[in-house]
Design a binder for this molecule. Structure first.
Ligand code: ADP
Ligand code: MG
Length: 224
């Protein structure tokens, strides 16, 4: 039975995710516990406080990145203007981009492209992708975003001129906690893939090392 198989796969995916989150949160917790013990034994050093704080920050970041995956049933699903959402996110991220000599451009190809989703979740997808784009561009440049529709499918493009990804990175992106960044959580893309899949959409990636990366999100149009 096909449906059963899909369910089982989903369950094991949730299980896998739970296991990696548990693992990832256990490390800082163990470290916090250790340094707290030192504090009790009265050999507390100033630097230990910094370590404890950093480890708590790490858990906080993980928790807040995962928050957006909240129960779909309890989230409000509306018809949203994808173009407006992407434009809003571009404006939101522009100040950080400018500091890195990056220009985020938005181009509406159709007047309005509507999708059915929770606005907060979908904005988070765009935020995660555009943030990654800015983080991939060390020497400045342009990030081009666009939204178009053929009536059936809404297509959102986010293209950067960044460092790109070699094959071995491309293979692993989206796996929970996979990151090549020193302070990365490796949760951004996992969250994007999970949310887009939840709305029956797909994410495609094209990347050329030292040239750039293009993410293409396709979602069913709200009016077909
Ligand atoms: P994080 O940003 O915390 O590292 P993500 O899940 O957002 O986690 O991304 C995972 C990895 O995918 C990044 O560490 C990076 O190596 C790679 N990546 C994602 N987006 C891009 C991009 N636009 N250009 C180059 N590499 C990228
Ligand atoms: Mg990221």
């Amino acid at each position: 039975n096909r449906q059963l198989t899909i369910k089982a796969e989903k369950l094991s995916l949730a299980g896998q995710l739970a296991a990696s989150i548990a693992h990832e949160i256990r490390n800082p917790l163990t470290s916090i516990k250790g340094f707290m013990k030192l504090a009790q034994e009265d050999v507390m050093h100033e630097a230990y406080y910094t370590i404890i704080e950093d480890e708590i920050d790490r858990i906080e970041t993980i928790a807040s990145e995962l928050m957006v995956l909240g129960k779909p049933v309890s989230l409000e699903i509306e018809v949203c203007d994808a173009g407006k959402m992407v434009r809003d996110v571009c404006i939101l991220l522009q100040p950080q981009a400018v500091m890195r000599k990056i220009d985020i451009q938005y181009k509406a190809i159709e007047p309005a492209c509507f999708i059915r989703c929770n606005a907060g979740q979908m904005k988070q997808v765009f935020i995660n992708l555009i943030k990654n784009a800015t983080e991939a561009m060390d020497n400045g440049g342009v990030i081009r975003t666009s939204v178009q529709s053929d009536g059936e499918t809404v297509r959102i493009l986010i293209a950067d001129e960044g460092k790109g990804m070699p094959e071995h990175v491309l293979r692993k992106i989206g796996e929970p906690f996979y990151s090549t960044k020193e302070d990365g959580t490796g949760l951004g893309l996992m969250v994007c893939f999970t949310i887009v899949e939840q709305y029956n959409g797909t994410i495609k990636v094209e990347s050329v090392v030292n040239e750039g990366t293009t993410f293409t999100i396709e979602l069913p149009s709200a009016y077909t």
